[in-house]
Design a protein around this ligand. Structure first.
Ligand SMILES: [Cu+2]
Length: 171
């Protein structure tokens, strides 16, 4: 092999290497393992909040709510739950309800498959704004981007407005 064909071969080899690396990246992106995200319910200081109160995840990911203190629930806004009038989760998405958890460390998990904006609340503390959001993939138009229902308590409406504004930023 003369010098020129050696360099040619070398060039071809590095090109193949680059293509392989690019294909590898793509492959990795497509098969990224689903994640499990943790949201704490309440705090050791007895604050009535979800921590974090907003999460952006990918379709196929799971959210696990864990009780930190007191007694709380993570309940999707959906007519199937406690006769809520209006859903605040995407059409066709499965609602969830942890019921009220009262044992520290108890948890409830839900896997999200449908893209869009989801809102949920804590049954005993919704009225003081204990509300959270999950955006799955893109913040698509749907019930989760609609203005808060008029008959909700003022603290609940304020919190939902904040979460809606956050979700809109992700569009
Ligand atoms: Cu609560």
């Amino acid at each position: 092999m003369n010098r020129r064909s050696f360099l040619k071969a070398l060039g071809l080899l590095s090109l193949l290497g680059l293509m392989g690396a690019a294909a590898g990246c793509k492959h990795e992106k497509q098969t990224a393992a689903p994640k499990v995200w943790t949201v704490k319910m309440g705090t050791p200081k007895h604050e009535l909040v979800f921590v974090p109160d907003r999460l952006r995840i990918r379709p196929g990911d799971t959210v696990r709510w864990v009780l930190e203190a007191d007694a709380h629930s993570a309940t999707a806004y959906h007519p199937k739950n406690h006769n809520r009038k209006e859903p605040r989760i995407p059409q066709g998405a499965e609602p969830w309800d942890s019921q009220i958890l009262s044992t520290i460390g108890a948890s409830f998990s839900h896997t999200f498959t449908i893209e869009g904006v989801y809102h949920y609340y804590c049954i005993p503390h919704e009225g003081v704004g204990m509300v959270g959001a999950v955006v799955v993939g893109r913040a698509l138009d749907g019930p989760g981007l609609a203005p808060p229902q008029e008959d909700l308590p003022i603290a609940t409406k304020r919190k939902l407005e904040e979460l809606i504004a956050w979700a809109k930023e992700l569009k």
